[in-house]
Write a new protein. Sequence first.
Length: 95
Amino acid sequence: MTWGRGSSLSSSIALSSCEAEIVAATEAAKEAVYLDNFVKELGYKQGEAQPIHLSLDNQAAIDSSYNAEHHQRTRHIDRKHYFIQELVEQGRIVL
């Protein structure tokens, strides 16, 4: 898999490592969901629907993705970066 298609300089600056991980995880999740849908459109079936496994190495980002509450430390993160929370709640992504 190549990531060159969409790579470019970020238009925002992360204020914490947690925010940077959430932004990166959201972008990776969007790509994974797109590729999953694309493979399904091609007619490839993998039996029972399985969630996409996404690895994160920042515990704060993982906790934030599973817990939709806004905490004091994460209130500065844009809402658009929490698409990963929606995917986790729907069961499409597992961290």
